[in-house]
Ligand binder design. Structure first.
Ligand SMILES: C[S@@+](CC[C@H](N)C(=O)[O-])C[C@H]1O[C@@H](n2cnc3c(N)ncnc32)[C@H](O)[C@@H]1O
Length: 285
């Protein structure tokens, strides 16, 4: 386990993932009924962009720095509205407008959590788990566990609330992690087929992603959406050329929101390519 998310925090992939996460949470809040969030690969929750690690790669400059940095064009009103729940967390963490802290998924989930909601954060790396514990503090609504996130898809589903989200955001250290992720998701889905699942993947080469999408289709899972932005030509598999999400049982509003967001984000983050795609792997029933 060499992966440390601090090197990548706030990059373009994080921005797409976290904007989408905030849209899903906002949708869940349309009803007063409590919702549950399971974050299987939580990371440390809060990232110091001035740290040596974050400065070393500077990846956040091509992500959150481009989205709302001082030299970026203001966001068009429709985009600003869709990004608002995510950007509100950023503003809360950086009240003077200087970009120093970037929220990981636990920080976004916690900030948006209402009194009646609950969230479980699982992190396997012992050092990252300690940092996550420090960053999350103590609150009866939040449960932290130093554990294998994949096993939580068996042990922590279905939740009592019967409504909510599972965020699956592994580090992709192993070449077979795309197919492994889908296999593990299917274990969770077997136990809770009505939950929303949001799975992140890097796009280096197209084939790995296509194989994983086909596995979802072959498993007969309905209502599966695939959302991607590509920022570099896919002429080498040795860099992060794009980023994507498989979203199962998305809120019915999410497709149209992403249809507006993705082309904008591809253009804002794009380098040698500026493409986006949004397609149903399998349509809603
Ligand atoms: C991409 S990062 C997570 C980022 C976080 N979800 C966010 O959006 O801020 C992946 C994390 O998974 C952790 N990890 C790796 N293998 C794991 C496993 N089997 N179970 C739980 N966590 C794991 C890594 O230590 C790392 O912190």
């Amino acid at each position: 386990m060499n992966y440390r998310h601090i090197y990548h925090a706030g990059n373009f992939a994080d921005c797409l993932k976290h904007i989408t996460l905030s849209r899903i949470l906002l949708y869940l809040q349309k009803k007063d009924k409590p919702y549950y969030t399971l974050d299987t690969h939580a990371g440390i929750g809060l990232y110091d962009l001035s740290s040596e690690e974050a400065q070393k790669t500077g990846e956040w400059n091509g992500g959150i720095g481009k989205l709302i940095g001082p030299s970026s064009d203001p966001l068009p009103p429709e985009i600003a509205t869709l990004c608002a729940p995510f950007l509100d967390v950023i503003k809360m963490l950086n009240p003077d407008g200087q970009m120093r802290s970037y929220p990981g998924s636990p920080e976004i989930v916690q900030t948006m959590c209402r009194e009646q909601d609950r969230a479980f954060f699982i992190e396997l790396h012992p050092d990252d788990f300690d940092l996550l514990s420090d960053n999350c503090g103590r609150d009866r609504r939040f449960f932290l566990r130093e554990d294998d996130g994949w096993s939580a898809l068996r042990s922590d589903l279905p939740p009592l609330e019967r409504r909510g989200l599972v965020l699956i955001d592994p580090p992709y250290e192993e070449p077979d992690e795309y197919t492994y992720m889908v296999e593990q998701f299917l274990e969770g889905y077997k136990r809770w087929s009505t939950g929303i699942y949001c799975m992140w993947y890097p796009i280096k080469a197209r084939r790995d992603v296509d194989v994983a999408a086909q596995m979802i289709a072959d498993a007969g899972i309905p209502n599966a959406l695939r959302a991607e932005i590509i920022i570099n030509k896919l002429d080498t598999a040795h860099r992060l050329n794009g980023t994507g999400l498989f979203i199962i049982n998305p809120p019915y509003t999410l497709h149209d929101e992403l249809a507006v967001l993705l082309p904008f984000l591809a253009k804002r983050f794009g380098l040698t390519a500026q493409r986006s795609s949004l397609e149903w792997i399998t349509p809603p029933k």
